[in-house]
Design a protein around this ligand. Structure first.
Ligand SMILES: Cc1cc2nc3c(=O)[nH]c(=O)nc-3n(C[C@H](O)[C@H](O)[C@H](O)COP(=O)(O)OP(=O)(O)OC[C@H]3O[C@@H](n4cnc5c(N)ncnc54)[C@H](O)[C@@H]3O)c2cc1C
Length: 381
């Protein structure tokens, strides 16, 4: 295999690399992709059965056009792969009126003219009897939010990539890459590969593969639990929204009851720094009890026996916004990382952006706010 030469190589085939490989292959590039682990592995950030997608983006209104593009691309992928990838449930962001979950969602909805309703705690319960919010809480309800069937999404992106000719090498870790004239050389234990351009989407391993950029990334351990519901009819996805709760206990997110998956809950702000090598994979009963306690408080009846739980990693930037950029010294190398625990929903548009940047050197999607330069600026000032 030594010296195999293609148009583009993608390092890391989580959801972002899978989407990048799919976009590159669909535009006629000869693509090679590498992942360190077997297909379907659970070592990174993209595994699991579900992820939230929402449009009234509380993190910043600049994400709204990107998520709208992602919705379109997810629907196209559904059609191309003849399966359901996105189930619309509506979404509720709750907290105090001043919380970022509420005020940020309102700001995005108003700025972009998105359909939404601002509900008092009593109105939330009238609409969704499963919620029992504190009196001073409010909720922003948006109709287009829903659940992405995560494992299926990643598999569909990988399949589309291979259907368009991409050669994806799972379980073949990249040992190193280097710029080679105008192109790149990528080395694994099995061989050395040449390409005109390189896309690095290595999730929590980004700091290792892009060490020279000294990106300010912090990897964090996250625990999610799926619980049987004691009242499945009340919390069923057909009548209960995905939810974000910024409450005294912390910042939580969750999914309504789905058969075989129960109700899902995770905590967004429980910073537990780790590395891919040091992450603790076992889960304390106390961690599950904390998650259950939040459900018992705000969604009484939702939480029954534990069905499953898992750990996953966030790779966060200081401002919790993504990094999408070109390598400053090697313009033929582009990268996406620092998805800060909220990237999955954007994967198809991230794949489009990275393939635009790799092939054309520019993209029509507005991602200037996600450049690496802003981090250097904020670190200085
Ligand atoms: C518990 C949890 C819940 C989340 N919930 C949501 C949500 O509801 N909505 C949402 O939008 N987002 C959510 N996110 C965030 C989202 O899942 C991530 O932003 C996204 O999955 C990041 O994907 P990635 O491809 O960058 O990383 P990864 O999936 O980690 O992919 C990186 C890949 O690179 C590979 N790799 C590493 N080193 C090498 C090497 N040397 N050679 C070859 N391959 C290599 C790894 O094996 C891995 O497969 C959640 C994340 C977690 C952890």
């Amino acid at each position: 295999m030594a010296g195999t030469s293609v148009d583009s190589i993608v390092i890391g085939l989580g959801v972002m690399g899978a989407a990048s490989a799919a976009h590159l292959a669909r535009r006629g590039q000869r693509v090679l992709g590498f992942d360190a682990y077997p297909r379907g592995h659970t070592q990174g950030s993209s595994h699991g059965r579900s992820r939230i997608i929402r449009e009234a983006y509380f993190e910043a209104p600049e994400y709204v056009p990107l998520v709208q593009r992602a919705y379109k691309l997810w629907r196209e992928l559904e059609e191309a792969s003849a399966q359901t990838l996105l189930t619309t449930t509506g979404g509720l962001c709750t907290g105090s009126p001043e919380s970022s979950a509420v005020s940020g969602a309102l700001q995005s909805a108003e700025l972009h003219g998105l359909p939404h309703e601002l509900l008092s705690a009593a109105e939330v319960t009238a609409r969704f009897p499963g919620f029992s919010l504190a009196e001073d809480m409010v909720g922003v309800l948006e109709p287009r939010a829903g659940v992405l069937h995560a494992n299926r999404c990643v598999a569909a992106l990988l399949d589309i990539a291979t259907q368009h000719g991409a050669d994806l090498h799972h379980d073949e870790p990249v040992i190193r890459w280097s710029a080679n004239g105008q192109g790149v050389r990528v080395e694994t234990a099995a061989g050395s590969y040449l390409a005109d351009r390189l896309v690095v989407t290595a999730g929590p391993w980004a700091s290792e593969l892009l060490a020279e950029l000294t990106l300010p990334l912090q990897v964090q351990r996250v625990v999610n639990a799926h619980l049987e519901s004691r009242r499945p009819e009340r919390f069923a996805a057909a009548r209960f929204p995905v939810f974000i709760m910024q409450v005294a206990e912390g910042h939580y997110y969750g999914m309504p009851f789905m058969p075989g998956q129960g109700v899902k809950i995770g905590r967004h702000d429980n910073i537990q720094p780790c590395t891919p090598q040091t992450i603790r994979r076992d889960i304390d009963p106390a961690e599950i009890e904390t998650l259950r306690g939040v459900l018992d408080r705000y969604l009484p009846g939702a939480a029954g026996p534990v069905m499953s739980s898992f750990t996953c990693m966030y790779t966060s930037t200081p401002d919790r916004h993504f990094i999408l950029d070109r390598h400053p010294e090697h313009p033929q190398v582009v990268y996406g990382c620092g998805f800060s625990g909220h990237g999955f929903k954007f994967a198809p548009v991230i794949g489009e952006v990275l393939s635009d940047l790799a092939v054309e050197g520019a993209t029509s999607n507005d991602v200037a706010f996600l450049s690496a330069a802003r981090l250097a600026l904020s670190a200085r000032g």
